[in-house]
Write a protein that binds this ligand. Structure first.
Ligand code: SF4
Length: 369
């Protein structure tokens, strides 16, 4: 998307819209206090020295599209991998349709993964699809693993799944990944993922390797699949532009923490966390009533430096950092908007500090620090 192209924000959820009904529904996925570490646990803390995800709360309702956005290494993919059972949580719970799946181990965990109720579409189909298998074999493989249908029903399901993603089965069934275009490969990945008729689909950067026309096709396809299959979709992205037109809600990740989440339109128009504000200010096509400039949201060059490993995860870049930020703030519901949460000690007041004559304006705070 060019810098001059306006980001299309999905309509605000109304009572009759999918997002409106999703807000009212019981969550399909409910993640609470989820922490994941790829390093050995530190004695007494249950967390390793390199926590990839810390204390994450996230709900996803049936038929809802949730975007999760953040820089590389911010914990987005880790949350997806923990939910599909590829990594074990160090702490917290993952409930799917009311069942605790985060606590599954051994055979129970393997059986849940094989059931195909939660599927993950990987970022690069050329690397994730076995180059030696035909499209028919690739789409059929999850059904063979789940072993829930007869041979004939599986063949039928393969054809239906390819049709669902807009591919002509006769034209592609016998082809191999390298004989397909990038857009077709991404569709095959999606057909493979939905062949088991999952209830929840994680898509890791589904459009980052595609050109603009194929991006829009795949995003529209995800929107169609959620309607056709009553599918909940979590789209992982590193930029807001690929989420703004499709997601109902967004969760913003920074260095292993969810720093803000809520209905995407409200988050983009009026961000509550300084990092989200910086993201939206750096995307000129996001429409905001009181538009901020990126330089208003960056620390001054002479600002005191914060140790990256201490306190709020954003403190080392935050122009509003103050003594209280030595403690990581928990994500809290915004007083003026119960559908939104932000992890910032001054989520409700940092904008006041932007005014040049305000007593806590960034330059005044830094000068007195
Ligand atoms: S808690 Fe402090 S450092 Fe963190 S974002 Fe808020 S003001 Fe900035």
């Amino acid at each position: 998307m060019s810098s001059t192209q306006e980001i299309r924000i999905a309509p605000a959820a109304g009572p009759g819209s999918p997002a409106g009904s999703a807000e009212a529904a019981q969550p399909l996925l409910s993640v609470r206090g989820l922490s994941v570490s790829y390093a050995p646990p530190r004695k007494g803390t249950h967390l390793g020295t390199g926590a990839a995800l810390a204390d994450a709360d996230l709900d996803v309702s049936p038929g809802e599209i949730v975007g999760i956005v953040g820089e590389t290494g911010s914990g987005k993919t880790t949350l997806a991998r923990a939910t599909v059972g590829l990594v074990a949580p160090a702490a917290g719970t993952i409930a799917f349709a009311g069942d605790d799946i985060g606590g599954l181990r051994g055979r129970a965990r393997r059986d849940f993964r094989r059931s195909g109720q939660v599927q993950l579409v990987f970022q690069d189909p050329l690397r994730s699809l076995d180059p030696d298998l035909t499209v028919a074999e690739l789409v059929r493989e999850p059904l063979d693993i789940a072993a829930a249908l007869s041979r004939r029903e599986r063949d039928q399901r393969v054809v239906e799944s390819l049709q669902l993603v807009g591919l002509d089965p006769e034209a592609v069934l016998d082809r191999r990944p390298r004989q397909l275009s990038g857009g077709q490969r991404q569709r095959v990945s999606l057909a493979r993922a939905v062949s088991t008729r999952p209830r929840l689909l994680f898509c890791d950067e589904p459009v980052s390797a595609l050109d603009v026309s194929n991006r829009n096709l795949v995003l529209n396809l995800l929107d169609q699949l959620r309607t056709d299959l009553d599918l909940a979709v979590v789209i992982i992205a590193h930029d807001l532009s690929s989420l703004a037109g499709i997601a109902d809600r967004v969760a913003v990740f920074y260095r292993g923490r969810i720093v803000e989440q809520g209905p995407i339109r409200r988050v983009l128009e009026d961000p509550a966390h300084p990092y989200t504000a910086l993201l939206t200010a750096s995307a000129p096509s996001v429409v905001q009533e009181d538009r901020l400039r990126p330089e208003q949201l960056k620390s001054a060059a002479d600002a005191p430096t914060w140790p990256a490993e201490r306190g709020c995860v954003f403190a080392h870049r935050c122009p509003f950092a103050h003594d209280a930020c030595a403690d990581q703030p928990p994500a809290q519901t915004l007083p003026h908007d119960p559908a939104r949460r932000a992890a910032c000690h001054v989520a409700a007041t940092w904008r006041d500090r932007l005014a040049p004559d305000a007593p806590h304006a960034p330059h005044a705070h830094k000068e007195s620090a």
